[in-house]
Design a protein. Sequence first.
Length: 334
Amino acid sequence: MNQHVLIVDDEKPIRSLLARMLAPLGAHLSQAENGRDALDQCQATPFDLVLSDLKMPVMDGISLLKALRSARHDAAFVILTAFGDLSTALELSRDYNVSNFLVKPIHNVDQFLFQIQSALNRRKLEADNRQLLEALWRSNEELEAKVHTRTKELTEKNLELDRLSSFRKDVLKVVGHELRTPLALLKGHLSLQKTGILPQKDSYQVMDSTLDRMQNLVDKSLLQVNTQDTAPFRLHLHTMKADTLCESAASQINSLLSITRNVTLACHIPEPVGECVWDKRRIESVLDELLVNGARATPDGGRIDLFLEKCEGGVEIRVKDTGCGLPPEDLSRI
């Protein structure tokens, strides 16, 4: 692609002479008779080099150079100057990125062409360098964005792993806690079966129901851990009679206490509570936990009472025992 060179001089014969001298470069040459004309052309055409005299009417070369640099025009700028203006040319060279300055008249055409070509080459190198720096800057920004994204993803993954690890520990802790109560019931009934004290029919029915609850709890817990499902256990709700459920839970525990322990368990239902919508296995587990914990804490000769009462918006189940109670320092936390 041909390079574009603008020749700026108020004397037409000099512009024509310079154009003939520059012809061997094969560049696309344009001419301007003063700085104003040159500035208008530069605003319309991206010139690679401006070769300009300093002293011209309308707008001189100094004003043209300053205007171009103020407009961030990056064309190479070569000054044509008389010997007496060398100090001005040197000052401009320091402050406004002047590529070179040539003293008129020009005697050595080859040297002139070499200096013009050098200015064009320098300008091209500067432009290439800017493009490379811009490309490097964009690459760095893209890399930083990718690093930020990956760091965020890794942080989220680590948090997810920590959450899953904590979740699995919680599941195992809950499962271990919830299995202890039905295991205690099974152990108690098996012990009574060995002695022949408890009727087999009643004992088998309790053990069968307890084993079903244990199996259901284990299956759901393993499913949660294997699927990494952190949602709470899903409730399977059905309509059932609250008083029947509470009386059944109390009778299962009472059948053990009345034989193995001198502890009385009484179920108090002052009036029919009616039907409730509950998850049968889950509410049975809650009742067993309350009653077995009460049995463990109550010494021989003590008493456990299970209360079922209507309250605003639902029902209230309370278990009261004559055990030692909770440490005062734990009450507020619990």
